[in-house]
Design a binder for this molecule. Structure first.
Ligand SMILES: [Zn+2]
Length: 131
């Protein structure tokens, strides 16, 4: 697994190394390829797309993702549920890019919406008898 600095350097170098014309040509080629693959086999395309995203955003291989999934018994680490229609999301610290675990869409979005103010949310719920 790559470090956060290695991932940031890779993303920065990848984005800065090409001319605007190269970027536009690549963008159009990728758009057409993306469309053709998606139309030919939507399910396989969805899985490949997610694998590429994991590699690009987190430096995580499909095997490493699978190991995390097995360690969590295939379930969200917060609620124990899962999403029928998508993969569990990779929860990470947005400052350090350090991976924390896999969460269902609802729990991952909930953490993101609170923007790190979990103590405030906990205090609020306790003050109103919610915990
Ligand atoms: Zn959950």
């Amino acid at each position: 697994m790559r470090t956060a600095d290695e991932i940031r350097n890779y993303q920065r170098n990848w984005a800065e190394a090409r001319s605007p014309a190269q970027k536009e040509a690549t963008k159009e080629r990728k758009r057409l390829t993306y469309q053709a693959r998606r139309d030919a086999d939507p399910e396989a395309h969805r899985e490949l797309h997610y694998q590429a995203l994991l590699k690009f955003k987190f430096g995580l291989t499909p095997i490493e993702y699978e190991a995390m999934l097995i360690a969590q018994s295939g379930l969200c680490e917060i609620c124990g549920g899962f999403d029928d229609d998508c993969f569990l999301s990779v929860d990470h610290d947005h400052d350090t890019l350090e991976l924390r675990g896999l969460l269902c869409r609802t729990c991952n979005r909930g953490l993101g919406d609170l923007k790190g103010n979990l103590e405030g949310a906990k205090w609020y719920l306790m003050a109103h008898g919610g915990i």
